[in-house]
Design a binder for this molecule. Structure first.
Ligand code: ATR
Length: 273
């Protein structure tokens, strides 16, 4: 029997996950089917249960259900617990297990695709919403020398900073508003705010980019105002979040199937499209 997987969201028609997982399944010769399921905004848990009853083995969860997926999962990985969000569900006779591969996907894109080692570097993470929370633990686990979490609303960054400080180990971890960044330089600046989705620029101080620095926007498919500003201010390299999308999918695929798909093929396909 062909194993069934799906991405569940609302909206979900735009999702590239079915295409990505179809390529992964082909490359790794896995007998599986992957579809997109549109759940009513008030019907997430029911839609998951229907899919499980129909033989579903796992799901990716996208907007706006990642918090509900966290609540639904009977057991969770430590990184999903830190994120308080689940983007990957694994169904077995033992029950529903939740994981979060967003941060792993970001780290994999940075280290493998972009050749940027995080260990020992100085990193600025912008935003204090779900996207920032989702990647904090995997980024800290790479042992950067310093990680600064900054948000337009400083209080939110400070609250998130306090929560993650016990997980920072030897990393110099700090949280602030945007104004306090003046005069500082970073090797990597990651935009995890929702500003790019609305094509809004961030009101950041100038001069944040160290020589050889990388500007990374989690949004993909275009040069966002954040990336345009980084280019104008001398960031050495710019990257959008398409690689993160593909790598988080690969991590989910690995959790379900136990094989790690090669990602360059589908990344090149999506870039061309
Ligand atoms: P997500 O799950 O995508 O992170 P969210 O939880 O609603 O979405 O969080 C949105 C984040 O984007 C917040 O950090 C928000 O900053 P505030 O806390 O100050 O609202 C940030 N954000 C959205 N638009 C922004 C803008 N134009 N400039 C700066 N930050 C912005």
């Amino acid at each position: 029997m062909t194993d069934r997987y799906a991405v569940i969201g609302n909206p979900v028609a735009h999702s590239k996950s079915p295409q990505i997982h179809a390529v992964f399944a082909g490359l790794t010769l896995q007998d599986m089917r992957y579809e997109a399921i549109l759940a009513p905004l008030d019907g997430f848990a029911d839609a998951v249960r229907i899919f499980i009853a129909a033989g579903g083995r796992g799901m990716n969860v996208t907007v706006p259900f990642k918090l509900e997926a966290y609540a639904l999962a009977a057991t969770c990985s430590p990184r999903a617990r830190a994120a308080k969000a689940v983007n990957t569900l694994i169904f077995s006779p033992a029950g529903i297990h939740g994981d979060n591969t967003d941060g792993l996907g970001l780290v994999a894109d940075l280290t493998r695709n972009l050749g940027f080692r995080l260990a020992g570097r100085s990193i600025l993470l912008l935003g204090a919403g779900g996207a920032a929370r989702g990647v904090l633990l995997p980024v800290l686990e790479e042992k950067p020398a310093a990680l600064t979490l900054a948000n337009r609303t400083a209080a939110k960054a400070l609250a998130l900073g306090e929560e993650f400080a016990p997980l920072a180990g030897s990393c110099a971890f700090a949280a602030s508003g945007f104004a306090e960044l003046a005069g500082r330089q970073f090797d990597l600046v990651i935009n995890a705010t929702a500003a790019s989705l609305a094509d809004e620029a961030l009101a950041l101080p100038t001069g944040l980019y160290a020589p050889d620095s990388l500007a990374y926007d989690m949004v993909y498919g275009r040069e966002t105002p954040f990336l345009a500003a980084a280019r104008a201010q001398g960031a050495a390299r710019m990257a959008d979040g398409l690689g993160m999308l593909v790598e988080q999918a690969a991590e989910s695929f690995f959790l379900w199937r136990g094989v790690r798909p090669e990602t360059a093929t589908v990344l090149a396909q999506l870039r061309k499209a």
